[in-house]
Design a protein around this ligand. Sequence first.
Ligand SMILES: Nc1nc2c(c(=O)[nH]1)N[C@H]1C(S)=C(S)[C@@H](COP(=O)(O)OP(=O)(O)OC[C@H]3O[C@@H](n4cnc5c(N)ncnc54)[C@H](O)[C@@H]3O)O[C@H]1N2
Ligand code: MOO
Ligand SMILES: [Mg+2]
Length: 400
Amino acid sequence: MVKVAEAEAIIQGQCRDFGAEIIPFDQALGRVLAEDLQADRDFPPFNRVTMDGIAIQFQAFEKGNRSFKIKATQAAGEPAKELQEEADCIEIMTGAVLPQTTDTVIRYEDLEIQNGVATLLTENIKAGQNIHRQGKDKRQGGIVASANQVITPALMNVAASVGATEIKVKKLPRVVVLSTGDELVEVHEKPQPYQIRKSNSYTIQAALQQFKVLAELRHLPDNPEQIRTELLDCLKAYDVILLSGGISKGKFDYVPEVLSELQVETLFQHVQQRPGKPFWFGKHPHGALVFAFPGNPVSTFMCLYRYFFPWLKISFGLDTKKFFACLSTDFTFKPELQYFLQVKLQVSEQGKLVAEPVEGNGSGDLTNLVDADAFLELPAERTHFQAGEVFRVWPFKQLF
Ligand SMILES: Nc1nc2c(c(=O)[nH]1)N[C@H]1C(S)=C(S)[C@@H](COP(=O)(O)OP(=O)(O)OC[C@H]3O[C@@H](n4cnc5c(N)ncnc54)[C@H](O)[C@@H]3O)O[C@H]1N2
Ligand code: MOO
Ligand SMILES: [Mg+2]
């Protein structure tokens, strides 16, 4: 049996680079950027007017001029017009290029316009106001988004602005999710009283979609020959096998034995944790990795978030951020196992992330996961945990 930190280190020692591929820009949301995106022009690309109003020469205001004859109107999308006389102005719209020879924009709210003449209603005018200067945000050639981050809606904005119709992203690993067990029936089927519907595989598949990984689903019956045939096929066809169930001490838990027969090296078996103690991890000589999660739904789920996603993020070149939360109430857990307590998270008015335990009925209670937001990781070497103490937390729900 290995400690949680040892299991984590062994798994992270097996991170992979799956390379990169170029895909159309409109399919890139949620993928990981594999190149730096550069500004093809300055940001903004011209002196951009930021208020609807008039453009003047500030020197005219300085000389005491407070009324300006409107010589022209310039909309966004029009080339820059030119102001000839300092006694005049150009009506100008937000998003338009600053007209040539002007340097200051006054908004309509500070003007009265009558008979084609704009008169100032305020003395509070500053040279250069209401202009977003060319290149102020980024210079041409500068990096507007660096590689190794998830393509978010905000990043799409930048990608579109630089005309990146195609984007280089990290390739996705080929993943298969294997359910095991003769007690499982399909979701559309009506189970016999002694059967249950398959659910873990759908949870795993759904969670992987967060990273745009489209996993295939397969099922292994409790039959060593069939497990062997299926696993042999999967070891050739996939980079990662995510398995749930069939790995503990039961008479029909054939998975670890068959994996060994197929030359999959055991990198660890059993982790000092609850849930998920029987967790098994191994590697095939040709490269495929096998994460064999214990079948109980909460165990599978916890191991997915605690071990697989960090592995995936590191493989993608992403940062693995650490989160901590404050326990809301005293809690006791006696076994010498790292305990992953299901909690609800809330940000207090003091700005603290507070974790409140959600009582459940152990690792078979999948209904409890719906009410919880995260796992709070309580160290194995301790028994009593006090309200206010801070521990590492593994969120599995969007909090905001
Ligand atoms: N003698 C011992 N028995 C058990 C031990 C032990 O140390 N000694 N460990 C227990 C722990 S902890 C866990 S967790 C489970 C792990 O069992 P397996 O990985 O072998 O999983 P199964 O036996 O196949 O199933 C366990 C449980 O989960 C349900 N299950 C399995 N797959 C799915 C699925 N795809 N969707 C929904 N539910 C699933 C299955 O029906 C069982 O109820 O072993 C304990 N036993
Ligand atoms: O510790 Mo097992 O993984 O819960 O039921
Ligand atoms: Mg079992």
